[in-house]
Design a protein around this ligand. Sequence first.
Ligand SMILES: Cc1cc2nc3c(=O)[nH]c(=O)nc-3n(C[C@H](O)[C@H](O)[C@H](O)COP(=O)(O)OP(=O)(O)OC[C@H]3O[C@@H](n4cnc5c(N)ncnc54)[C@H](O)[C@@H]3O)c2cc1C
Length: 420
Amino acid sequence: MSDSSVPAAPPPATRSSSWAAILGAGPAGLMAAEALAAQGCRAVVFDRMPSVARKFLMAGRGGLNLTHSEPLPAFLGRYGVAEPVLAPAIRAFPPEAMIAWCEALGQPVFTGSSGRVFPRAMKASPLLRAWLARLAASGVEIRPRHDWQGFGDDGALRFASPAGQVLERPGTVVLALGGASWPRLGADGGWAALLPGARLSPFRPANCGFRIAWSPLFRDRHAGTPLKRIALEFGGRIVPGEAMVTRDGLEGGAVYALSAPLRDAIDRDGEAVLRLDLRPDLSDQEITRRLDQPRRGQSLSGFLRKALGLPPVAIGLVQEALHGGATQAELPSLVKTMPLRLSAPQGLDRAISTAGGLELDQLGPDFMFRNHPGLFACGEMLDWEAPTGGYLLQACFATGRAAGLAAAAWLRQQPAQQPG
Ligand SMILES: Cc1cc2nc3c(=O)[nH]c(=O)nc-3n(C[C@H](O)[C@H](O)[C@H](O)COP(=O)(O)OP(=O)(O)OC[C@H]3O[C@@H](n4cnc5c(N)ncnc54)[C@H](O)[C@@H]3O)c2cc1C
């Protein structure tokens, strides 16, 4: 673990009197503030929302998948091309450190059969409450309703607050402003316009659902119905799990797991064909054997229900394919490899996370902008993506901590100033 790598706080006499501003009170920003405070620095967190960490609380509605228990090399591989940049921060704050952090806040964890790690409470609010109390005890100040609006001419931070415009001149700034998904929770990617010199990859939805042109009949009957114990296949990768039929497509865990290659294929080819296996537990031969049995006057839906145990939503999908031109001779392949034509990702509004953001090569290994000493960035606003499974929060915590520690080290190197 990691904490052995944290430099000891300097003795009070040598501490800089300057302070650190952290913009954004999500998990990355709060972690940066915690690291700064642990180094003896004054840390003030600003957020535009009336209360902090709303996306973290929303993640708690799904049980708060904090991290994953798979071996670290496989874990790091989940970050794809961003692995070399994120790996040092995650090695310094690995999944075991995340678990220890959570348990130290009075929230024991458990590991599910999938290897995903959750707090036993399966929600974020008790953890967040304990964390905010510990942050307050360590001197971290949180200023909600402060909407950062950019830098003033002299480099001051400009905020709109209930008291009007506020200017702040901290000794260092950690940007932790989040991605652009679920904008109503606070992070809307609007910061991109406030960093005109920065290089950005376009925001794109990640871990998202996709649009499918269902027939009105299917949509009205089955929107909101889960498809359970199915498997999805794309590009040779098979993901067992669940999906949810929506009015305009499909979303849910198994879809999210394939969402990056699906999204990229749609960008490239205009559409992507996802294959759905409605009975992954039965072989092709077994499906064919069961479908070869005499129907004895049963309707198609009655026959599919009895022969294969398909629920109404799965039968609805088979009928949808038949209405679309498939023949009854193709029934076995419709059950095992039904093609679903995806025309577009669902928007950022409903995506779990954001791909794109601040290009990583403009930051040094300590997450400081190479061309802007004293300015750091962390969390989902950076250009990386990962599947669901706890990888998102782990990277936000790890990069927040790394940026906070580096900001503390940077502050200490600055000539002593009058308290700001
Ligand atoms: C429905 C849902 C479920 C999820 N479940 C999981 C999960 O189980 N496991 C997992 O690993 N991840 C999950 N995630 C993703 C995870 O919550 C995010 O990756 C994480 O919260 C990002 O952290 P962050 O600190 O970088 O940004 P955020 O949490 O988005 O925080 C950014 C903060 O910056 C503030 N801000 C933005 N612009 C300004 C401005 N101009 N001025 C002032 N403040 C500003 C925002 O108000 C916000 O509070 C989920 C996400 C969603 C939407």
